[in-house]
Design a protein around this ligand. Structure first.
Ligand code: SF4
Length: 71
């Protein structure tokens, strides 16, 4: 599972960097995922940060193309 921050939604509350500092940090006053930490979507702290982000800017998505649709 991958994690990302939508820069159009984030308003820089800082909660993600406080909750999971090994994954999130600040750049220019906004929350970002640290380089190389994009594959931490399974981490419970990352999921908690996503749930509690006040602007719902943190997205957690499944890696790869996902299940193939049946014909
Ligand atoms: S918790 Fe959400 S709004 Fe706050 S810095 Fe992180 S991504 Fe941005």
């Amino acid at each position: 599972m991958t994690v990302s921050v939508d820069p159009d939604l984030c308003y820089g509350s800082g909660e993600c960097a406080h909750r999971a500092p090994s994954v999130f940090t600040f750049e220019g006053g906004y929350g970002v995922v640290r380089p190389g930490r994009e594959d931490t979507g399974d981490d419970s702290l990352v999921q908690e940060a996503a749930e509690r982000c006040p602007s719902q800017a943190i997205g957690i998505t499944r890696q790869g193309p996902g299940p193939r649709a049946l014909p």
